[in-house]
Design a protein around this ligand. Sequence first.
Ligand code: PLP
Ligand code: TYF
Length: 387
Amino acid sequence: FWSKVPQGPADPILGVTDAFKRDPSKSKINVGVGAYRDENGKPYVLDSVRKAEDIIHTQQFLSLASKLAYGADSKPLKENRVAVVQSISGTGALRIGMEFCSQFYPGNKTLYLPNPTWGAHPAIADKAGLEVKRYRYFKKETLGLDFDGMKEDLTTAPEGSIILLHACAQNPTGIDLTQAQWRELSDLVKSKRHLAFFDMAYQGFASGDVDRDAFALRYFVEQGHEIMLCQSFAKNLGLYGERAGTFSMVTASPEEKERVLSQLKRVIRPLYSSPPLHPAQLVATILGSPALYTEWLGEVKKMADRIIAMRARLYDILLELQTPGNWDHIKSQIGMFSFTGLTPEQVAALAEYAHIYMTTDGRISMAGLNEHNIRYFAESMSKAIKG
Ligand code: PLP
Ligand code: TYF
C-alpha cells in the first residue's frame, strides 16, 4: 500500500533541538523551541499539577483497594457510602479505627479480641483508649476452633460491643470459620447489635483466591452490617516496608460517609498528617493495570500454594517418622501460620538443640519452610516430641 509514500522533511522547529543536542559546546543555548524552562533551564512541572497527580493516585488507590476488599459490585461502594482512608499498613488502620471508636462509638466501648490473637492487637486497643476483653477461639483439646465457646462469649458480651474478627488466615492459629459458621456468626452479631471490626491482613493467603478470602467480610456487608475494615498490603503484595493499607467503614448514607470521613481525617492529622504517596502509587498501578493485576493474582496463588504444599510435606514426613500424636491440623490450618501444638519446652529444645526458632506458643510461619529445610525441620520436630 504505502511503498510510494515519500520521506517528509524534518520539522523545522524540532530540527533546531536536534542541532542543539549535537553541538558539544559548553556555552550552547537553545532558544528554538517554545517550551517553558525554569531559572536552571530545566523543564518545569507545576506544583499544582504535581498535587493533582497526587490526588489522582490517592483516589485511584482508595477506590481500587476498596474494590479488592468489598468486591467490584459491592452495594455500599456503589451507593457511595463507604468511608475509606489510606493507612500506614494494617497496624495504622487498626489504630485509626480504634481511635475513631474510642471517640465516636455510641455503644459499649469494649473491644472483644479472639483468644489468641495477633500480639499487637491489645496494645493498639489500649493506646486508642478501648477496654479489651477476650472471646474464646482456640480449643486446646482439638487444636481446632472453639465455635461454641466463641458464640457463647459473644452472646454474653453486652449488647453493642465491638468484635474484632480476622477476615481470613487467623494469626496465630491458622484456623478460620467455615462459610456456614460465618453465616451463623453474622446472625448472632446482628441480633446482639455488635459492631463487626474486620482485620484483613492476609487476603489471598488463605486460599490463593482474593475473592474467596473476602467471603466473611463481603457476607457481613451483604447482610447489612455496618462493618469496619483494616486492610493491609504487606503480605499479599510483599510490601512490608512500604506500609500500604486502608481503613474503611460502611455507613448508612453518602452524607453520613462525609461526616465520618471528616472525623477520620481529624484522627489521622495528629498521628501522621497525611499518608505517603509511593505505596499508593505502587498499589494503584498494580490493581489498576489489567496485565499487572492478572500477574499479581497469579503470584498470590503461587505463594499460597507453596505454603499449602509445605503443609502436606510436613504432615507426610511427621507421619513417616511415626511422630506420636495427630497431625491433621498441620494440613487443615489456613494461611501463613500453623499452630503446631508444640509445648514451650519443646519450642525451647528446638532452639537449643536444632537451631530452629519459633514463638513460644508453638506457632510456625509455614513460609519459612521450603524443600531444602523441611526434612531437617520435621526430623527435629519429631525428635523434640519423642523427647
Ligand atoms: N493484623 C494481623 C492479624 C497481622 O498478622 C498483621 C501483621 O502481621 C497486621 C494486622 C498488620 O500488619 P502490617 O501493619 O504490617 O500491615
Ligand atoms: O505475626 C507476625 O509474625 C507478623 C510479624 O512488616 C510482622 O505480624 C509484622 C510486620 C511486618 C512483618 C512481619
